[in-house]
Design a protein around this ligand. Structure first.
Ligand SMILES: Nc1ncnc2c1ncn2[C@@H]1O[C@H](COP(=O)(O)OP(=O)(O)OP(=O)(O)O)[C@@H](O)[C@H]1O
Length: 362
């Protein structure tokens, strides 16, 4: 049942999206008429679960006031639910990729990459690592901010600097990975503590995905989940055959990317491309001449039917205090509840959910 009014001042308008833990509604302010978004999470019924929204609000507070992160107008409890009232954003980069027949031109990649790097760089400058860099978590702004790339959904963000000492937190190994398997760095598969470089490597995977439309480890077969994760890890190793060949058939800047992110700016200069913000979804002339849009790239339902909701993303790995949930799609959705502390992690319980139609992130 959708609420009609939130925080007394905001009138419910439409569903904007649904994540693993929360729902996001479009609302308008009753007196000013201004449109904003409200993220709502009901407190978990089971005592082993922890609400994620207060944590996400705290991460946002660290980044307050910087462009490219949604402004947070209010956060707290309302009507028994955790609520964040925030700036309304436009389509996510993943939605726009689908709109552009599955992949972007190099020009759009360059324009997006610079902004995406800048967002991550700013979070790092505030002592936060993102740990879930993915096209679903970047969105374009709306109205006069339509050219601005936003980074939102920072629920997996974490301080890499110890606020009491100002020192980098100690490096640890033998951890269970956190993030989205498709984009996570090989280090995450190896169970190493994530750092800034893992956000940047994940961004490299994101950009390759946006350029090619898919990554070599998507849709591979393996007899078990463990075998699949191990195979994906092998494929991501920078010295491995798969990654080397993949980079070799990508523009040269990508090999440099992993050493130095700013080479994308050089490519813009070399080609004489101007920052005209004519992204592929506005001006498709930079894309290959195509015929019809393939069925699998049909416009996301939410562009035509804003009442529809998104199904949970199954393969997000989420760390909450000492608990970790790993969701994996294989006909059904499975969530494995693990105890992280003490290491090594121990499986407490596996939960099964009905199969959904949303494609797997693996
Ligand atoms: N400020 C916003 N403006 C417009 N739409 C938004 C906004 N925030 C989120 N959304 C939409 O709602 C969807 C779910 O939001 P979000 O990813 O923040 O939820 P989540 O529960 O943290 O999801 P996840 O499963 O990725 O952790 C997004 O994919 C996006 O489409």
């Amino acid at each position: 049942m959708l609420p009609l009014r939130v925080c007394r001042l905001y009138q419910f308008n439409k569903v904007l999206g649904q994540g693993s833990f929360s729902e996001v509604y479009g609302v308008f302010h009753l007196t000013s008429g201004g449109e904003t978004a409200i993220k709502v999470e009901m407190p978990p019924e089971e005592d082993w679960k922890v609400a994620t929204l207060p944590y996400e609000a705290a991460i946002h507070r660290h980044l307050r006031g910087h462009y490219g992160f949604p402004s947070i107008f209010w956060s707290g409890m309302d009507g028994g639910a955790h609520v964040i009232v925030m700036e309304r954003l436009g389509a996510t980069i993943e939605d726009l990729r689908r709109l552009c027949r599955g992949h972007f031109s190099m020009k759009t990649i360059c324009m997006l990459a610079e902004q995406m790097i800048t967002r991550i760089e700013f979070a790092h400058s505030r002592g936060i690592i993102i740990r879930d860099v993915k096209p679903h978590n970047f969105a374009m702004g709306i109205k006069r901010r339509a050219n601005l790339v936003y980074l939102f959904d920072l629920g997996l963000g974490k301080l890499y600097v110890d606020p009491t000492t100002g020192q980098h937190k100690p490096f640890r190994e033998g951890l269970v990975g956190v993030g989205t398997v498709r984009y996570a760095s090989a280090n995450v598969h190896a169970g190493k503590e994530q750092g800034r470089r893992d956000d940047i490597i994940a961004l490299g995977h994101n950009l390759l995905y946006l350029l090619h439309g898919r990554l070599p480890w998507q849709g591979i077969y393996a007899p078990s989940i463990e075998a699949k994760l191990r195979r994906i890890w092998e494929m991501k190793e920078p010295e491995g055959k798969v990654m080397r060949e993949f980079i070799a058939r990508s523009p040269p800047e990508f090999s440099a990317f992993f050493n130095h992110c700013y080479s994308l700016r050089d490519r813009m200069k070399k080609e004489g491309w101007s920052y005209d913000w004519r992204f592929d979804w506005l001006d498709p002339s930079g894309l290959e001449a195509g015929t019809l849009m393939a069925d699998c790239y049909k416009i996301d339902e939410r562009f035509v039917n804003l009442e529809s909701t998104e199904l949970p993303q199954p393969s997000v790995l989420v760390e909450l205090d000492h608990l970790l949930f790993i969701g994996i799609t294989k006909g059904t959705v499975e969530w494995h509840l693990l105890k992280l502390d003490p290491q090594p992690p121990t499986l407490i319980k596996t939960y099964h959910f009905a199969a959904h139609t949303k494609p797997s992130n693996l």
